[in-house]
Design a protein around this ligand. Structure first.
Ligand code: IPM
Ligand code: MN
Length: 330
């Protein structure tokens, strides 16, 4: 049976890299039925829709969502990010943002291979807070970080589950417990309690500032890293930078309970500066498609796609897509 995939190409280079990902999935012999959704900044400028509840309900019926990139310079920053991307993460309960990093850090000699598990529905992203007397010298702005025992525990548990399936079975909690005493304590206690259920997993803790140094200078220490939404956002850009660049960084926004579709997207943005030039690297999108195939149980095709990405040379967007498609076999 074909997997039903909603495709949101989005803005800028998003539709082009996503088209290559779809091409590669089909070349790998996986049966997918795709439905395109015109969403993103350009659609918003056309008729005002960002992501209506009706469209959201249509998306719920799919097995997975493949997303390119959203955002255009003609729309103020944050509008599409919050109204489309974050709305999908929250409403579809995509509580895990899983981002793998394989590569060799600049100046390093040995390759690393680790995964960051970023909590994806809480923290400062919830938008708790407000402002008063805006634009005056008395302006006040607060921005809270929202952390629930339920939300932290399901994220930490997912990370322990993943670590227990990997060869090294090692999990590092990253936070800032020396300053963020309330949320830090909740994360640390939850982590320690769940750890007792996974005696086979070795654990460690790093403050996030120290983790930034280790990501660059000693990424080999990591196997699985679990952290909150904002630390995870920042750390995964750094992860991309030390693993061959953002052109290779893939991500999975998962609803592990499968109560709705999960969403797969490259970490990079819509790159409006190079749109229409056929020069964006589609590899991050193709590797995100491989994560989707893993989630759909098509693990053999996913593995072949990853190998083909490793072996492909450089070229235009369509050249790289064609090279990878030609190598995936089936
Ligand atoms: C990411 C992005 C998003 C985030 C933005 C576009 C809202 O940076 O997926 O990492 O902050 O989560
Ligand atoms: Mn980010």
């Amino acid at each position: 049976m074909a997997h039903n995939i909603a495709v949101i190409g989005g803005d800028g280079i998003g539709p082009d890299v996503t088209a290559e990902a779809v091409k590669v999935i089909r070349a790998a012999g996986v049966d997918i039925a795709t439905t395109d959704f015109d969403l993103g900044g350009s659609r918003y400028l056309k008729d005002g829709e960002i992501l209506s509840d009706e469209t959201l309900d249509e998306l719920r019926a799919f097995d997975c969502i493949l997303l390119g990139a959203v955002g255009t310079p003609d729309v103020p920053p944050g509008v599409i990010e919050r109204g489309l991307l974050l709305k999908m993460r929250f409403e579809l309960d995509l509580y895990i943002n899983q981002r793998p990093f394989v590569g060799t850090a600049p100046g390093g000699t040995e390759p690393h291979d680790f995964v960051v598990i970023r909590e994806n529905t809480e923290g400062p992203y919830v938008g708790e807070g407000g402002s008063l007397r805006e634009g005056t010298p008395q302006e006040v702005a607060t921005q809270g970080s929202f952390n629930t025992r339920f939300g932290v525990e399901r994220c930490v548990r997912h990370a322990f589950e993943l670590a227990s399936t990997r060869e090294r079975k090692h999990l590092t909690l990253v936070h800032k417990t020396n300053v963020l005493q309330f949320s830090g304590s909740l994360w640390q206690r939850t982590f320690d309690e769940v750890a007792t259920e996974y005696p086979q997993v070795d654990t460690a803790y790093n403050h996030v500032d120290a983790a930034c140094i280790y990501f660059v200078q000693d990424p080999h220490r990591y196997d699985v890293v679990v952290t909150d939404n904002l630390f995870g956002d920042i750390l995964t850009d750094l992860g991309g930078a030390v693993s061959g660049g953002i052109g290779l960084a893939s991500s999975a926004n998962l609803n592990p309970d499968r109560t709705g579709p999960s969403m797969f997207e490259p970490v990079h943005g819509s790159a409006p500066d190079i749109v229409g030039q056929n020069k964006a690297n589609p590899t991050a999108s193709i590797l995100s498609a491989a994560l989707m195939l893993d989630f759909l149980g098509e693990t053999d095709a996913a593995a072949r796609i990853r190998t083909a990405c490793d072996e492909a040379g450089t070229g235009s967007t369509t050249d790289v897509g064609d090279m990878i498609a030609a190598r995936v076999g089936n």
